[in-house]
Ligand binder design. Structure first.
Ligand SMILES: [Fe+2]
Length: 226
């Protein structure tokens, strides 16, 4: 069991990666499940076995019952994504990836994340530890990589009616870089479906505060203006 009280909600993760609360007023929707076969096309090398296994779990629209109105009124959603550790050949597990016209904020609640985002000019990688946050720029493709042996649990706040575009990433078979481990070294390798792309390494921003959930309740307009 992993205590996720650092989210600002009474949440924990059970041993089957189920998000739970002992507080009945914390509303947790059924998770969307991304299956391994849906990710097949975006790995550097095709998995040896394309299977129906769950790759990660997306809990979209969590709230405390007392906060329902403020989320609805502002058209904002608070989500939690759970990405168990896994490697596909030598590449670390990651989300499918997409882009949308508004920005998005992530917070790592457990484990570590590498956020990789890109536009037509460059790619930016940011390593984020537990208790740190990340700002995804608008109109940038983005994926989350779990680069460790721990389960990655992250939250995000985003507009409820967001429309995500998966097209570029699917057509290029992934982002411009893959994150792999080779000879005990973890590193990025270029995706040859792109022209040569610059990779910048950036630190996580320090102008955002945890818990993200409480930040939204304190200042909703910051999030509605993303
Ligand atoms: Fe997103």
């Amino acid at each position: 069991m992993i205590n996720l009280g650092n989210s600002g909600l009474e949440l924990y993760l059970d041993d089957d990666y189920g998000l739970k609360s002992h507080n009945k007023k914390v509303i947790i929707p059924e998770p969307g499940v991304r299956r391994m076969h849906e990710l097949n096309e975006v790995f550097l090398e095709e998995p040896e076995l394309v299977c129906n296994d769950a790759a990660y779990f997306m809990y979209r629209g969590i709230y405390h019952d007392g906060d329902r109105e403020i989320f609805e009124k502002n058209n904002i959603r608070y989500d939690i994504t759970v990405i168990p550790p896994r490697k596909i050949r030598n590449e670390f597990i990651k989300t499918l990836g997409h882009r949308h016209p508004c920005a998005e904020i992530y917070e790592v609640l457990n484990g570590k994340a590498i956020y990789l985002m890109q536009n037509e000019e460059e790619a930016i990688s940011t390593g984020v530890n537990s208790s740190e946050v990340m700002y995804i720029l608008r109109n940038h493709d983005h994926v989350t990589i779990n680069p460790s042996g721990e389960v990655l649990v992250m939250s995000n706040i985003v507009k409820s009616d967001i429309e995500s575009d998966y097209g570029i990433i699917k057509s290029k078979k992934g982002m411009s870089f893959f994150f792999i481990e080779e000879d005990y070294e973890k590193k990025f390798v270029q995706n040859n479906n792109y022209k040569e792309t610059r990779l910048k390494i950036k630190n996580p921003p320090n102008f955002l505060f945890m818990p993200l959930y409480n930040s939204f309740l304190f200042n909703p307009s910051f999030f509605t203006n993303l």
